[in-house]
Design a protein around this ligand. Structure first.
Ligand SMILES: Nc1nc2c([nH]c(=O)n2[C@@H]2O[C@H](COP(=O)(O)OP(=O)(O)OP(=O)(O)O)[C@@H](O)[C@H]2O)c(=O)[nH]1
Length: 141
C-alpha cells in the first residue's frame, strides 16, 4: 500500500466590511501559478496553524494579524496527485496594514457571489462554494 503524504497549509479569509474577501494569485514559478487562492502557506515544524498564518500574512502581504483576530471557519481536504492537502481556514475581519504583494502576486477583493468566476486550485472549488453560501447567508452579499 502506498503512503499518502499529507501537507498541512494554513489559509485566511480577510473579510472587509463590504463583504469582499482577498484572493491572491500563486506567483509564477510555483506549482499552479496564476490560479487564485486564499493567502497562506505551509505550516512549518513547531508552528501552530495560527502562527503559520500570521507569519505568512506578514511575508506575503505585509499585513499584521493578531491571534485574537483569527476565528476558525472551515477547512479543505483534497487529494492532489502527489500529496493530500489539509488546510484549516481562518476568518479575520481585523488586521493592521493594507495588503501589499511581497512576492509578485496579483490581489483581488472578491464578493462571495463572484468567487466561482476565479480560476482556482482544485482544493478551493468546494471551499469557494462554502464561502459563497456561508458569507452570503450570514453576512449579506
Ligand atoms: N495558501 C494556499 N495554498 C493553497 C490553496 N489551495 C491549494 O491547493 N493550496 C496549495 O497548498 C500549498 C500551499 O503551500 P505554499 O503556498 O506554502 O506552497 P509553496 O509556496 O511552498 O509552494 P511550492 O510547494 O509549490 O513551492 C500549495 O501546494 C498550494 O497549491 C489556497 O487557497 N491557499
Amino acid at each position: 500500500m502506498s503512503e499518502t503524504r499529507i501537507i498541512y497549509v494554513s489559509a485566511g479569509v480577510l473579510l472587509r466590511p463590504d463583504n469582499s474577501l482577498l484572493l491572491a494569485t500563486r506567483p509564477s514559478g510555483k506549482s499552479m501559478a496564476g490560479l487564485w487562492e486564499l493567502p497562506g502557506g505551509k505550516i512549518e515544524p513547531g508552528e501552530t496553524p495560527e502562527s503559520a498564518l500570521i507569519r505568512e500574512m506578514g511575508e506575503e502581504l505585509a499585513v499584521t494579524l493578531k491571534r485574537d483576530d483569527l476565528s476558525p471557519l472551515t477547512f479543505a481536504s483534497h487529494g492532489y496527485d502527489s500529496f493530500h492537502l489539509v488546510m484549516p481556514v481562518f476568518l479575520a475581519r481585523n488586521w493592521e496594514g493594507e495588503p501589499v504583494p511581497q512576492e509578485g502576486q496579483d490581489l483581488a477583493w472578491v464578493k462571495p457571489g463572484a468567487l466561482k468566476t476565479m480560476p482556482a486550485p482544485a482544493a478551493d472549488v468546494p471551499l469557494f462554494d462554502f464561502l459563497e453560501r456561508h458569507l452570503t447567508k450570514h453576512v449579506g452579499a
